[in-house]
Design a binder for this molecule. Structure first.
Ligand SMILES: Cc1ncc(COP(=O)(O)O)c(C=O)c1O
Length: 397
């Protein structure tokens, strides 16, 4: 007679793989769950453009559906899009990729990250991550069986990554360095000199560099430095990019990975078994974005810049020292003058003034004592948020 084991809640939970069970929930989600239950909240917590997808890009998606393009595409994505992307990267940064062997269209940079890390990491291998950084980096490394090693950067250093500190963190188990500039959450951009120094370190220890450049076009008064465009960098770099932020296309779920063919075939193997192909409609829209999207992007950049010029001096004036962000759409004020930690500050600001920001510690080491304020929200709302923060600072400043 066979015995029947009842699978109660505790037992079921114990079935989760250790690397999943031990994963911390995102510090961002917790706040959004609270915000969703409240009225009259001004959210500076959002990490996506408040603009809708520009009309001609939208129409290209609709047209593709009407034309019956409702099927899978080739695993790596439609060749036309890969060709357009290769041309775009060449034109923007002078970096050249073979559209057949060196580019994969993915479900956002999220999937590209997953592919890159899963393809590269054997169990226990380490990935060095300058922090503060996008909330998914550490988790994605853990999910891929690797070990994230955080190297914090500081406001005093303009949140630049520090190649010397990265070198100190290298061990025989280090496989890759994962960088993201323009940076979420600080808005910092990496200077060419710093990136060249980082490349020297990667060369010295023969490491792969994964460069998440999802905010590449959202820069203010400077030129973005594309990591693989640095002399000698391309053979050891996986470039991740996308359409979510530059073209206000977060919901379409479309991005790409580009890199040396030998590595890309590894990414493609995972992609074809897990995803098959990125959404067909989104690929058609992305093609239009590359062909005719520049004017829209320029308009959005001008508006983000206007808001940046409102929020950064605004926060500084209120006694919250804020480093000048030159990219993405985030300001990262230091809140230690209030005597609160970032969690308490965010919680009280939400409860007492109905302004949502994200505690800096959600973005890893170096985020303590800071909060992230997104300016991907309307100018008037930022004005009102600043008024509310002013009331708050009268009590706690
Ligand atoms: C730095 C960074 N990388 C990747 C992503 C994910 O983007 P996607 O929508 O392309 O998956 C985000 C989204 O916030 C991000 O900030």
């Amino acid at each position: 007679m066979s015995t029947v084991v009842k699978m109660d809640e505790k037992v079921r939970e114990s079935y989760l793989a250790e690397r999943v069970a031990t994963l911390k929930p995102s510090g961002i989600r917790k706040f959004f769950d609270i915000v969703a239950t409240m009225k009259d909240v001004i959210s500076l917590g959002i990490g996506e453009p408040d603009f809708n997808t520009p009309p001609s890009i939208l129409q290209a998606g609709i047209r593709s559906l009407e034309l019956g393009q409702t099927h899978y595409t080739s695993n790596a994505g439609i060749l036309e899009l890969r060709l357009a992307l290769a041309k775009h990267l060449e034109r923007m940064y002078g970096v050249s990729y073979d559209p057949v062997k060196e580019i994969i269209i993915t479900v956002g940079v999220s999937e590209a990250l997953y592919l890159a890390l899963t393809a590269l990491l054997d169990p226990g291998e380490e990935v060095i991550i300058p922090t503060p950084c996008f909330v998914a980096y550490q988790a994605e490394v853990t999910l891929a069986g690797g070990v994230p090693v955080e190297v914090p950067s500081k406001m005093e250093d303009n949140f630049q990554l520090c190649p010397d500190k990265i070198e100190e963190a290298i061990t025989p188990r280090t496989k890759a360095i994962l960088i993201g500039y323009p940076n979420n959450p600080t808005g910092a951009v990496a200077s060419r000199e710093t990136l060249v120094e980082l490349l020297r370190v990667a060369e010295k220890y023969d490491l792969v560099v994964i460069s998440d450049e999802i905010y590449d076009q959202l820069v203010y008064g400077i030129k973005h430095v594309c990591f693989p465009a640095l002399a000698g960098a391309q053979p050891r770099t996986l470039l991740l990019g996308g359409f979510s932020k530059d073209y206000a296309m977060t919901g379409w779920r479309i991005g790409y990975a580009a890199g040396p063919a030998e590595l890309m075939q590894g990414l493609l193997r995972i992609h074809q078994y897990t995803i098959m192909s990125a959404p067909t409609t989104a690929q058609a829209a992305a093609l239009e974005a590359l062909a005719h999207g520049q004017a829209y992007v320029d308009e959005m950049i001008a508006e983000y810049n206007r808001r940046r010029e409102l929020i950064v001096p605004g926060l500084n004036r209120l006694g919250l020292p804020t480093f000048e962000p030159r990219g993405a759409f985030y300001a990262f004020p230091q809140i230690t003058a209030t005597g609160m930690d970032e969690e308490t500050f965010s919680q009280r600001l939400l409860e007492e003034e109905r302004v949502a920001v994200v505690p800096g510690s959600a973005f890893g080491a170096g985020g303590e004592g800071f909060v992230r304020c997104s300016y991907a929200t309307a100018y008037e709302k930022i004005e009102e948020a600043l008024r509310r923060i002013e009331h708050f600072m009268h009590r706690y400043g």
